[in-house]
Design a protein around this ligand. Sequence first.
Ligand SMILES: *Cc1c(COP(=O)(O)O)cnc(C)c1O
Length: 393
Amino acid sequence: MEREFSQLNPGYRLLLGPGPVETSPRVLRAMSANLLGHLDHQFLDIMNDTMELLRKVFQTKNRLTLPMSGTGSAGMETVMVNLIEPGDNVIVCVKGVFGQRMRDVAERCGANVYSVEVPFGQPIDPADVRKTAKEVGDIKLIAVVHAETSTGVLQPLPELSEIAKEYDALFVVDAVTSLGGVELKVDDWGIDACYSGTQKALSCPPGLSPVTISSKAEKVIAERKTKVQSWYLDLSMIQNYWGQERVYHHTAPINMIYGLREALQIVLEEGLEARFKRHQQNSDAFVKGIEAMGLSMIAPIGYRLPTLNAVRIPENVDDLKARNYLLDKYGIEIGGGLGDFKGKAWRIGFMGESSRRNNVILLLAALADAMAVQGHRVDVGAAVEAALEVYNG
Ligand SMILES: *Cc1c(COP(=O)(O)O)cnc(C)c1O
């Protein structure tokens, strides 16, 4: 018997996890616009717009700034496969799952990887990186995750950039959960290669990975002795499609690029500074509410990521039960812990469209309910009051 398929109709969800997050109807509408061919001059104009908008959001003048086809991890692989040749010494800073992924990718490229590690939940100490750099000496690149989505730790970058400069190494930054939500100055901070993802603070569905490459890093790519082992991610070919030559490489995901272009425009209409401030305020309010409930944040003060808020789960509360309760009773999705924090942390994203006062207040109340049904009672009134104080003073 033929199985009958019903019409696709995903139920309503409020996405407050580590991504994907809420997206603007403007982005969804842009994505449903007429399909064009990938070499149509109308589409080439849209590609040019997208590159120009990306430069503004990355705060860079880098020529080689474009969205790679694929999610954030594709951006990570793009940067690593293009910059690393077998036998290169690289330093990878590991403070969570995404640092571990960077290390894995670098190893697969045949690099000699030296990792600078701290326990999950802590920031990297630049002194440790300097020590390792001194020991290794000849270093191709230093890589670090700006916003570690597995722990909610925000890594300050300028000092690490200085160390890279001292050793004439390229400075590589994962900005998947920071671009568009947290201050990130690619040029001013001396970042040579940076990548992000669309479904985090840019508030777009998943599918593209914005990448920017400095002229210094471009030169390193041009002078490679070996071919990039990935045909699909080889920037020397991809730039011939995004540049003047318009040589076909692979078919661009046209409608995804419509969506990204619209999302970037929304970011710039709000203004970067205003957007960063909004993310900070909503995170501050949420943290105050969480603390008023007697719960605590994973990341130490001064290193807390406003886009991704990692909360320690009380010992007597079951992680999965609580998250399923939020999903069933409220239609709210939040993230569970990753790696060392599996079952021990909730990862709450207030990014892009999701970073709103109503979501903060709603989630505080919903979390209190989800814990109360497991016998862990908290003062929800005090939590809401503490959060409102951040907004109303
Ligand atoms: C989400 C994320 C990635 C991976 O992105 P995907 O879109 O899931 O491939 C990489 N790094 C960080 C810091 C992330 O948060």
